[in-house]
Design a protein around this ligand. Structure first.
Ligand SMILES: NC(=O)c1ccc[n+]([C@@H]2O[C@H](COP(=O)([O-])OP(=O)(O)OC[C@H]3O[C@@H](n4cnc5c(N)ncnc54)[C@H](O)[C@@H]3O)[C@@H](O)[C@H]2O)c1
Ligand SMILES: [Zn+2]
Length: 343
């Protein structure tokens, strides 16, 4: 897989850093940001996008390909696509760049913490199909990812909480020092501290991606910690992805402890960190709100399914070490019942 250059900067990169034949795609919400507006004004070819899951659809792909045709962008090898936005914009533009004229260079400038910490790295993009997430996609890493402090700091604070699910997840999977930092600073977290922790979190993700870039060996699947139940909550309640990952990770913590894989001390430490990050968390109540039939239906659709009724579930052995194990849908449902009553 092509290597991505990750660049850290205080301000947006100068327009001259990009090929002159570039198309800028950006989240239309950034029109409210005067610094961004000024920066974007120099681009000849630009398209504003409405972010969210409806952007990641075939209908929207068709509409935007048509917009490109109307803009009459040059069909040269230098033609480069730049995305500025959150994960939905990055996933959409990354996919478009991978198929347009059989692939043109892609540059990603994430504007949410979730995308800066997670989705902009690892080369995956995706479109949804019939409301199922990321059913269509390619592995197509950005040639460059710019992490711009000023842009990220312009977000409202709730975006920070939404990213914490993935940040805590990656620290549990493979970065003990990040975990300790979060434990110590969770109530003091601000945008500056978030920015400072980007390199460590990205490195931990990239280390895993490198072992299995195209997800052929299953090794990359450990990044799905918290995502099996997380996706159930996301589809059922419609809550932000990062919040659902916090819940899903807590579910995995409790199950790992129950199976004797995780020590009581580490179970308490991880649970405490998750509960501190999102103080209104109530996993037992949230589990009780989803019927067995819904869980069954959502899990059977899950991409981590290995056969009709088996799922690759990620358990935690200790902070910094996770393990992949096949479980049946019925085992997950039995564990949901246990957690609903025992916590
Ligand atoms: N490709 C991957 O590896 C990967 C990994 C994780 C998540 N994802 C995808 O990422 C998406 C979620 O990411 P997200 O939360 O960034 O989504 P998003 O793009 O929908 O952005 C969330 C919200 O933040 C707003 N926003 C963006 N930048 C802003 C800014 N600077 N200031 C104020 N508001 C701003 C958006 O308008 C939107 O309302 C999902 O579609 C998910 O499937 C992909
Ligand atoms: Zn995720």
């Amino acid at each position: 897989m092509q290597k991505t250059e990750v660049l850290f900067s205080k301000k947006m990169p100068a327009a001259k850093s990009f090929p002159s034949e570039s198309v800028l795609f950006y989240d239309s919400i950034l029109n409210k940001n005067p610094d961004f507006k000024k920066w974007a004004s120099v681009f000849t070819f630009k398209i504003a996008l409405k972010s969210g899951e409806t952007l990641k659809t075939i209908d929207s792909l068709k509409q935007n390909l048509e917009k490109l045709a109307i803009l009459d962008v040059p069909s040269t090898p230098e033609l480069t696509f730049i995305a500025v936005g959150g994960g939905s914009v990055g996933d959409f533009v990354g996919f478009l760049a991978s198929i347009y004229l059989r692939g043109r260079p892609f540059i990603n400038i994430p504007s949410t913490w979730l995308s800066a910490f997670d989705s902009a790295h690892g080369g995956k993009n995706g479109l949804n199909l019939l409301k199922q997430k990321n059913q269509i996609g390619t592995f197509y890493p950005a040639i460059k990812v710019y992490l711009v402090e000023q842009l990220l700091a312009s977000q409202p604070s709730e975006r920070m909480i939404e990213a914490l699910g993935e940040v805590i997840k990656i620290s549990v999977i493979g970065n003990q020092s990040l975990f300790k930092f979060l434990e110590k600073n969770i109530f003091k977290l601000n945008q500056k501290l978030m920015y400072q922790n980007l390199p460590g979190a990205i490195e931990a993700k990239n280390k895993i991606v490198k072992k299995d870039p195209f997800e052929k060996l299953g090794l990359r699947r450990v990044l799905n910690l918290g995502h099996t139940m997380g996706h159930v909550f996301e589809s059922h309640y419609g809550w932000p992805h990062g919040i659902c990952i916090l819940l899903g990770t807590l579910f995995s913590v409790r199950w790992s402890y129950q199976l004797g894989m995780l020590s009581v001390q580490e179970c308490i430490r991880i649970s405490h960190l998750i509960e501190s990050a999102y103080t209104s968390i109530n996993l037992s109540e949230d589990l009780a709100g989803v019927s067995d039939a819904s869980v069954r239906q959502l899990l059977l659709k899950d991409k981590k399914r290995t056969s009709k009724s088996e799922i690759d579930f990620i358990f935690i052995k200790k902070i910094g070490q996770v393990v992949r194990k096949k479980v049946s849908v019925e085992q997950i449902i039995a564990e949901i019942h246990r957690q609903k009553t025992e916590y």
